[in-house]
Design a protein around this ligand. Structure first.
Ligand code: PLP
Length: 451
């Protein structure tokens, strides 16, 4: 049997979303435990995880109250389902809480095990709804290039990434509109306002071409996360939502990353001034302490779906662990921790400091753009700042920057040509300084090598 943790990981694991040549060369970081925003590997090395795991560990890695809430619920009722007219008391309380903290005065909640399944389920809810209302042809889904909505066959089809091609995806009927990233996709001489007007026109043209009566819904992350932290161009949602409303197309806000304070408000849609017809939540919902997703239907969709259920007598969908009592107890605690223990407040308080740090790093001649909001930011590496010409992909610049950071005990994420930072909400000023210092060193080192 091979001896090292690294070798054991490589021998027995099928890695997801991992650059395998890099693993063969650098080995696997095998993580044993965490403290605050730090994780530790099997060699005892400490890393500041400026990615909050996968955007989700917002309360850090050792919040005692979270573990206690989980333990208490495991002792009371360690598992139950939400089928056949039964569900746990925790499930009832969480649904109540989610509607209370949502932008809606009333609504209905459905649970999944992940963000992917929540998006997948939302598509099925729309298909179920339109079908029951006599519009079974209303099935197409609109999303954007660079969107990330997950990995199930349906949510991957909504995800606008070229890597889906290896799976023969997207499925038919999933339409990707232009990514609202003005810095990268604005044309020469085009103002941000003109860019947004062009995207709204593209949306209208697409709906007219496809036929509004064939489109089930529009899904969008308020800030695109895994696309490389892309806040919408100014006025984007104000321009596209009226077009969708005009054609009677439901708007779904995928708040899997943006929800529960990441952008500085409870919901990303609040930060960008729109009210969707439904909200998708996961990740921060349980502060990463339990795998769980939720769909919150706003009043209009809730009523229509309820009418559909009454007509068909059943919504024939659900997971064994939908509304898992331990997951719900953890989510209730996570919401309390984020909203009432100063975490959301910390994001608001430190966001200007975060932005100032990014702005300073972006003075580097090989950083073309810094962008973000709240506690989610990115720097985009460029070969030429004036022309925005990227480095050749073969140089793997962002991966090298992230590797150099890892060597020095900082975890940040390369996404395309960008480096992404989305730390836990508990991050202190000193930890933020540590993050910037380590990243600055890595930028200097790698740009000196490739310039
Ligand atoms: N939606 C968004 C915006 C995400 O960022 C993610 C995951 O990163 C998902 C959906 C999918 O969630 P999961 O990985 O829990 O399936």
């Amino acid at each position: 049997k091979p001896q090292s943790w690294e070798a054991r990981a490589e021998e027995f694991s099928l890695y997801g979303f991992t650059d395998m040549p890099s693993v063969h060369e650098r080995g696997t970081v095998v993580v044993t435990h965490g403290e605050g925003p730090y994780i530790f590997d099997t060699n005892g090395k400490r890393y500041l995880d400026a990615n909050s795991g996968l955007w989700n560990m917002v309360a850090g890695f050792d919040h005692a109250g979270m573990a206690e809430a989980a333990k208490a619920q495991y002792d009371r009722l360690p598992g139950y389902h939400a089928f056949f007219g039964r569900m746990s008391d925790q499930t009832v309380m969480l649904s109540e809480k989610l509607v209370e903290v949502s932008p809606y005065d009333r609504g209905r909640v459905f649970y999944t095990n992940s963000g992917s399944e929540a998006n997948d389920t939302m598509v099925k809810i729309l298909w179920f709804l339109h079908g029951s209302e006599g519009n079974p042809q209303k099935r197409k889904i609109l999303t954007r290039w660079n969107a990330y909505h997950g990995v199930t066959a349906v949510s991957a089809s909504m995800t606008g990434k070229p890597y889906n091609e290896v799976f023969g995806l997207p499925l038919p009927g999933f339409i990707h509109l232009t990514c609202p990233h003005y810095w990268r996709f604005g044309k020469d001489g085009e103002t941000e306002e003109e860019f947004v007007a062009r995207l709204a026109q593209e949306l209208d043209d697409t709906i007219q071409r496809e036929g509004a009566d064939t489109i089930a819904g529009f899904f969008a992350e308020p800030v695109m996360g895994a696309g490389g932290v892309i806040p919408p161009a100014k006025g984007y949602f104000q321009a596209v939502i009226p077009v969708l409303k005009k054609h009677g197309i439901p708007v779904i806000s995928d708040e899997v990353i943006c929800g529960f304070g990441r952008t500085g408000n409870t919901w990303g849609c609040q930060t960008y001034g729109f009210t969707p017809d439904a909200i998708i939540s996961s990740k921060n919902l349980t502060a990463g302490y339990f795998p769980m997703g939720a769909i919150i239907l706003g009043p209009e969709l809730a009523d229509r779906v309820e009418a559909a259920v009454e007509k068909i007598e059943e919504f024939p969908h659900g997971f064994t662990a939908s509304g898992h009592p331990v997951g719900c107890a953890i989510a209730l605690k996570a919401i309390d921790v984020v909203m009432n223990e100063g975490l959301a407040e910390n994001v608001k308080r430190l966001a200007p400091r975060f932005e100032a740090g990014m702005k300073r790093l972006a003075e580097n001649p090989n950083i073309g753009e810094y962008r973000g909001v709240g506690f989610m930011w990115a720097l985009e590496a460029v070969k030429d700042k004036a022309t925005k010409e990227p480095f050749p992909a073969s140089l793997s610049v962002s991966e090298r920057i992230a590797n150099s950071c890892t060597d020095h005990g900082l975890i940040c994420r390369p996404l395309g040509q960008s480096i992404v930072l989305c730390p836990p909400f508990i991050m202190t000023e000193a930890q933020m300084d540590e993050m910037f210092e380590k990243l600055e060193e890595a930028l200097k080192k790698v740009f000196a090598e490739v310039a």
